[in-house]
Write a protein that binds this ligand. Structure first.
Ligand code: AHR
Length: 667
């Protein structure tokens, strides 16, 4: 930070046993001139990035509780199910893109049973006195009536009865129909199972052949009450961030281990029963964290992503394939779509059709589908990323073909390119050069780096080229190996690094921490912003860092200087300030990454000196001083912010070791 000569006499700080005699005066320029010239902060400045990694969609945010509901998993169509009696998998079902279903038939013995049991995702989590909607598409192929006896069970109980809730469902006639019944759970349990028996009217072993397809179980109370909905506590954690931008659906899953296996958004819209499932690319990555039944049901698809973006107040930012299968996993040019107009036509169509799906009026093909799905009004898409984390010529060649075709039809959409997987190597530099040449509006940078990297990168954006594309820090996090969840010791550097993003808001227009979610029983990658088990959610230390920035984003950057600056914040003190024109607030972020307390004095340059006398401030403190402290689903509040109101006498305030403070004052 630049040195600023102080016009006022300021107190000398005493810093304890190892203290240096220094005066840490944080000067925030609030003069009329500074405010007139202040850099606007984009509403998209801080946001979230969703990828279906770590069981983020099925088994996570998406509230479906049954695994393999459509019997489409491979190689075994009954993965996730235990079948008993006479159960046959057939493939001429009512949903052409998910053709498999099961036929349950009689065992012809009163004490022999036919049925199915589903294990859920790492068990089924149920809450006491909460209603769950069971639904199934079913028919009696030979006509007539049959009955299912549906149960919640705890297979591991020592109780006499495993079953603790049940309902009957009558199936009638030879046409496929959807049947629904609600079960209330009388207990809270994190690893239950769903069991169903084929029965007769007296719950004896059933003898009428019955076909079942798309067997599903949702809590009735989902986020915003949508039937094909999201887990309320998990979505609430997103809402509480107030993110400015929402990037989806990945990540490497946009690319796929093979091109065929990439995320194809057109498969994720329309009736949920007929969205063809896809293998999750994250099954194929780490053999040391292997989950053989990791599929994408696409129940959480592009319509649901747009809807969620709207409901949490974030700009939607879809990422689409550029015709390259994951470059980490494929060296052969033949793995990718040919870099010709013909070879990439379907990728061009995917981009333009997606814009129509989001923004087109209801007379257009894709706009009509959006309306049919429940949202006639456009979603107001403004950004589109083409390619996830691509690099070098294979990427530039393909982007050079796709981007102009999108711009030709949609000059209103800002296009985002990428600088590859690293933060500063040749790939990165070439990527930036290429994005400049190709006229990308923003460049998506990725950096998962350790504490040392963050310590040395606190000025990363200070000297960036101001003339080219803007920066989207699309995936970043401070890593510190060996920690299970996400701990305070790393998060303090994220807080400090974000002052760098904030004071460079003229060039940095978006930043999203990654990954967003992880299931404690099914993760492949850590750290992650939000963890959960089947019942509880944990907002991590990093979550609270992000939240403090997102909820105190402000509208304009205020020039801020330290009286004793060190080139890279070696003394551990970091500060940035913003003006919130709408609320008429000045917001100062102060971070102390050192092991010693620091005493600061806030000075507001350009205000009458009387205004620097005692004034009331709201101060939120995130104590990150216990290195190992981490929030887990069992102990979610080890680290959390505390807000107080206090009077700042002559602007002086103590910043304890490893602490992040946000100070909000009336202007
Ligand atoms: O966030 C996990 C992965 O990291 C993303 O899928 C990819 O873009 C990056 O390599």
């Amino acid at each position: 930070m630049k040195h600023y000569l102080l016009p006022l006499l300021l107190a000398v700080c005493t810093l304890g046993a190892h203290a240096q005699e220094t005066t840490n005066v944080v000067t925030v320029d609030v003069s009329k001139k500074a405010i007139a010239k202040a850099t606007p902060i984009q509403p998209t400045m801080y946001g979230i990035f969703f990828e279906d990694i770590n069981f983020a969609a099925d088994g996570g945010l998406y509230a479906e509780l049954l695994k393999n509901r459509s019997f489409e998993f491979t190689p075994d169509h009954l993965m996730g199910w235990q079948a008993f009696g006479r159960v046959e998998v057939r493939d001429d079902g009512p949903f052409p893109r998910n053709p498999h279903y099961v036929r349950l038939s009689s065992m012809h013995h009163r004490d022999m049973w036919t049925g199915l049991q589903n294990e859920g995702f790492f068990g089924i989590g149920l809450h006491k006195d909460v209603d769950y909607r069971f639904s199934v598409w079913a028919r009696v192929p030979d006509g007539g009536t049959s009955r299912l006896w549906i149960q919640f069970v705890d297979q591991n109980t020592m109780d006499e009865h495993q079953e603790f809730a049940n309902a009957d469902l009558t199936i009638q006639g030879s046409e496929w129909k959807k049947y629904t019944v609600t079960l209330r759970s009388p207990r809270t349990i994190d690893h239950a199972q769903l069991r169903l028996f084929l029965v007769d009217d007296h719950r004896r072993s059933g003898s009428v052949t019955t076909d079942l397809e798309h067997v599903s179980l949702f809590p009735v109370d989902t986020w915003q009450g949508h039937e094909n909905g999201l887990r309320r506590d998990v979505a609430q954690a997103l809402y509480d961030l107030h993110p400015g931008v929402f990037r989806f659906p990945g990540g490497c899953i946009v690319e796929g281990t093979t091109l065929q296996q990439r995320y194809q958004w057109k498969n994720s819209v329309g009736p949920v029963e007929d969205r063809p499932i896809n293998k999750n690319r994250w099954e194929n990555t780490f053999t040391y964290r292997y989950y053989a039944a990791y599929f994408q049901s696409y129940g959480l698809g592009f319509y649901e992503y747009f809807l969620l973006a709207e409901e949490i107040g974030a700009e939607p930012l879809p990422v689409l394939s550029v015709g390259l299968a994951c470059q980490f996993q494929n060296d052969d040019e033949a793995a990718h779509a040919p870099a010709t107009k013909e070879g990439l036509q379907s990728f061009i169509d995917d981009c333009n059709d997606l814009i129509e799906f989001a923004n087109g009026d209801t007379t257009t093909t894709w706009g009509a589908l959006r309306a049919q799905m429940g949202h006639p009004a456009p979603f107001g898409l403004k950004f589109l990323a083409i390619g996830n984390e691509q690099w070098e010529q294979p990427y530039y060649d393909r982007l050079a073909i796709i981007a102009p075709e999108v711009r030709r039809l949609h000059p209103e959409i800002k296009l985002i390119g990428t600088s590859g997987p690293n933060a500063e190597d040749d790939k990165f530099r070439h990527g930036w050069d290429a994005m400049r040449r190709l006229g990308a509006d923003l460049v998506d940078e990725h950096y998962y780096r350790d504490i040392n990297w963050f310590r040395n990168s606190m000025d990363r954006y200070d000297n960036y080229d101001r003339k080219g594309p803007r920066v989207f820090a699309g995936e970043w996090a401070c890593h510190d190996r060996g920690h299970k969840y996400n701990h305070a010791g790393a998060s303090i550097y994220e807080a400090a690094f974000m002052t760098n993003l904030e004071r460079n808001a003229d060039i940095v227009h978006m930043a999203t921490y990654a990954p967003l979610f992880a299931h404690v029983d099914g993760w492949q990658w850590r750290p992650d912003l939000i963890w959960y088990d089947n019942l509880h959610t944990a907002r991590t230390a990093s979550y609270y860092v992000q939240q403090l920035y997102m909820n105190n984003r402000g509208t304009h950057v205020l020039p801020t200087t330290l009286s004793q600056p060190t080139p890279n914040g070696e003394d551990g003190l970091f500060a940035s300030a913003v003006l919130d024109k709408d609320e008429n607030h000045i917001i100062v972020k102060l971070i102390n990454t050192s092991d010693q307390p620091r005493q600061c004095q806030l000075l507001f340059k350009g205000q009458k000196s009387a205004d620097n006398t005692p004034r009331s401030a709201t101060v939120t403190t995130l104590d990150l001083s216990t290195y190992e402290a981490e929030n887990t689903p069992g102990q979610p509040e080890q680290v959390s912010p505390v807000t107080t109101t206090l009077t700042l006498t002559d602007g002086t305030l103590t910043l304890p070791a490893k602490t992040f403070k946000v100070v909000v004052l009336d202007r």
